[in-house]
Design a protein around this ligand. Structure first.
Ligand code: PSU
Ligand code: MN
Length: 315
């Protein structure tokens, strides 16, 4: 029998970082393959990596390429992924498909969490998590299931703007996922700062977040710690300005779904594209800024986590 090859390939940067115990930040890739238009997707992918480096950590963008789960991408690989026309969106159930079909795959929040956990990476930055959809409430993102069962820190600016936020937050509560407001006691609402739903705890510094996460896990909890950081205020879009756009897009999606013209994984890319069109590009700028901001915080958290291994966590 053929020797079973591990499906994970770590870049030389990541191998070195692991050997030296340097802080690493995982970055997802569905946002590049399905969430953002070209050429902004590649520019952003590179900007996020550079931001993580500038803040003193090593970026590990995760994707499926050539039948392998790649942890850390070369510039060439990043370019291939951002320009691939046949890229699939890889959540937990899609890894095997992407691997055996050798298709390029952008990993979702759930997919990236899985791959990060398998390779010992504990901090991950994204834009918005998936959740419970408004139009079809049985459409619940695998991201929530992953958050319930994979113990890593996920930095986000809330959930995708178009979701049913109360239902998403209820689900997280049911599944025992702490929802940390970073510098806020309200759940950030992606494009908007957020002023409607409480978080489970407010924490204000990387040190506090890492102490919280270490405490959570030392108790034996298996869930993620979801760190929610509001979009930088200068780029935020007040909720009363975006609500009509989100409503309209929501209605369009319901109609297209009932006509069987769009389903499942196609919903997110459609929604993001329409919101961007209807805000004349303002939502795209906001999306880019919050992603960079989250990469920055994740780098600080990864550094703090690495440091915390040298001191006891005093309960
Ligand atoms: N939110 C965004 N842009 C995105 C996504 C979320 O603003 O591109 C992506 C993330 O990768 C997330 C995924 O994990 O969409 C959720 O998709 P689904 O609802 O199909 O699980
Ligand atoms: Mn979904």
């Amino acid at each position: 029998m053929d020797k079973i090859q591990t499906p994970f390939i770590l870049s030389s940067d990541i191998l070195r970082a692991r050997q030296q115990g340097l802080p690493i930040v995982a970055l997802e890739s569905t946002v590049f393959t399905h969430g953002l238009p070209r050429p902004e997707n590649l520019i952003l992918a590179e900007d996020m990596e550079n931001t993580v480096r500038l803040e003193g950590a090593i970026p590990a963008t995760i994707a499926v390429l050539d039948g392998k789960i790649q942890i850390g991408l070369s510039r060439d690989q990043l370019q291939r992924l951002a320009n691939a026309d046949d890229a699939i969106k890889v959540s937990l159930r899609d890894f095997a498909s992407a691997i055996i079909q050798k298709k390029p795959g952008g990993t979702t929040v759930a997919g990236t969490m899985f791959a990060a956990q398998q390779t010992g990476i504990r901090v991950f930055a994204t834009g918005g998590i998936g959740g419970v959809h408004k139009e079809a409430r049985f459409d619940v993102s695998t991201d929530l299931q992953a958050l319930a069962s994979i113990p890593i820190i996920v930095v986000c600016a809330g959930a995708k703007s178009i979701l049913d936020l109360p239902a998403t937050l209820e689900y997280l509560e049911t599944m025992g996922v702490p929802v940390v407001g970073y510098g806020t006691d309200k759940f950030p609402e992606f494009f908007s700062l957020g002023n409607n739903h409480p978080v489970s705890i407010q924490l204000d510094t990387p040190r506090e977040v890492i102490k919280f996460a270490n405490t959570h896990w030392e108790l034996g909890m298996k869930s993620a710690v979801l760190v929610c950081q509001p979009i930088p205020v200068d780029y935020s879009i007040p909720s009363n300005e975006i609500i009509d756009v989100l409503d309209q897009v929501s209605k369009e999606v319901s109609k297209l779904q009932s006509e069987h013209k769009i389903k499942g994984q196609e919903v997110t890319p459609y929604e993001l594209r329409r919101v961007n069109e209807l805000t004349n590009g303002r939502s795209l700028q906001a999306n880019l800024e919050l992603l960079l901001n989250n990469a920055r915080l994740a780098a600080h958290l990864a550094r703090e986590l690495a440091d915390s291994h040298h001191r006891p966590n005093i309960l």
